[in-house]
Design a protein around this ligand. Sequence first.
Ligand code: GLU
Length: 422
Amino acid sequence: MPQRNASTRLKVNPFDSMVASVTEAAKTLKLSPNLLPILTSPERMVEVRVPLRHDDGTVSVYEGYRVQYSSARGPYKGGIRYHQNVDLDEVKALAGWMAWKCAVVDVPYGGGKGGIAIDPKPLSVGELERLTRTFTRRIAPFVGPHVDIPAPDVNTNSQTMAWFMDEYSRTTGQHDFGVITGKPLQLGGSLGRDTATAQGGAYVLLRHLAKQDRKAQGLTVAIQGFGNAGRHAATILEQAGLTIVAVSDSQGGIYNPKGLNLAHVGLAKDEHGSVTKYCGAQAVSNEALLGLEIDILIPAALEHQLTTTTAGTVKASIILELANGPTTPEADRMLEQNGTIVIPDILANAGGVTVSYFEWTQNISGHYWTAREVQDRLKERMEQSYEAIAQMAKEQTVSLRRAAYLVAVTRVAEALAQRGGL
Ligand code: GLU
C-alpha cells in the first residue's frame, strides 16, 4: 500500500476530522443518538485492484476506491482523484464532505468519492486512458446516472470524464451521458463547469465582503494550488479587482507583494510544468505561503494544510477553502480564536458540484443551457446558500463552518427520518 506522507499520517486522519464536525453538529441539534452512527459512516465502500499495462509492456496494479457515503438525499455524487496519497480513509472523508456539501447548496444528491492511489504525472496519455477505462469497468456495477455520478477531482479532468463515460456506455450499450459530470462540451458537458468551483467560491467571497462593507478592490490574495480550482480562482478574483500576490503548486510557490502577472504564471505552468518557473517573483514554500502578509488566503490544493503548526502563522483575515478539508479541527479552533473568518470548504467549493448538477439536469432533459443561464443560476444558489449559513451563524453565534454543518446535518437527518425504513 502507498504510504501517506509522514506529516499527514502522524497528525490527523481526515476521516476523523469529518466525523468530528458531524458529531458536534448532531449534539448541538440534539439528534437521536440512533442517527449518529448512520451519519458518521459510509453506506458502501468499493475497493478494487486496477492493473495498468505501461507503454514498455510491464504491468503494475494500483488500489482504487469508490466510497458511497450517503444516498439519503439522492444518488451518490463526487469526484475521482488520482494521487499517490489516496487511501481509504481519505476517500471516506472526501465522500462524507460531498454529502454535507450537496446538502449545503441543496442539490438533490448524496455524497461519494473515488480515487486511485497513483501518481499520474509520469503517465502517458495512453496509460492514463487504459487506467481510467479499467477503473471504470471495475466500478461500473456500482455507478449509474441515478445511482452514483462521479466527476473530476485532483489530477482528473474533462478528458478523464470522457473516457469514463465512453467505457461505461460500452458496458450498458447505451449513451449514458448522465453517468458522470465534468465532461467535454461535445459529450454532454455544461458551459461553465470548468470554472465552476472557482466561480462559486468567488460569488461567496464577494457576497461576504459586501456584507461586511469591505471593498474587494485592492485586497491581496495568496492561493495554495494552481490546479482546476486555484488557477481559475486567480483569474476570476483578479477580474473582480483583487490582487493575486502568491500562488503555488506541488513544486513550490512564488510571491510578489506588488502582484503577479497571471498570464505569465500560466505560461510557466503550461510550458515548463510549474509556477515556480515564473520570473518576477520571489520563491516561497507551500507552508510559508500560508503565513504571508495578505488579506485573503485560499487553500486550493490538498487536505490538512492548515495544522496546529501552520494555523498560528496565518495573517489573512479571511480564508476561502477551495480545497476539501484543508484545515484540521484543532487548527480551525485556533483560527476561530484568532478571529480569522473561515469560509468553509462545504460552502466555498460547492460551485463545482452545483454546476455538475446543472450538467446532469441538462443530460437527463436533453435541453442545454446558455453560459448566462448557468452563471445566473450558480450565482443565485451560491449567494442563497451563503446567506442561509451566515444567518445560522448569527442565530447560533457560531463560526461559518459550524453553521454550515448545522444546516447540512439537519437536511440529511430530515431526509433519513422521512425515508424511514431503519
Ligand atoms: N470534485 C469536486 C468536489 O470536490 C466536484 C464534485 C462533483 O462535481 O461531483 O466538489
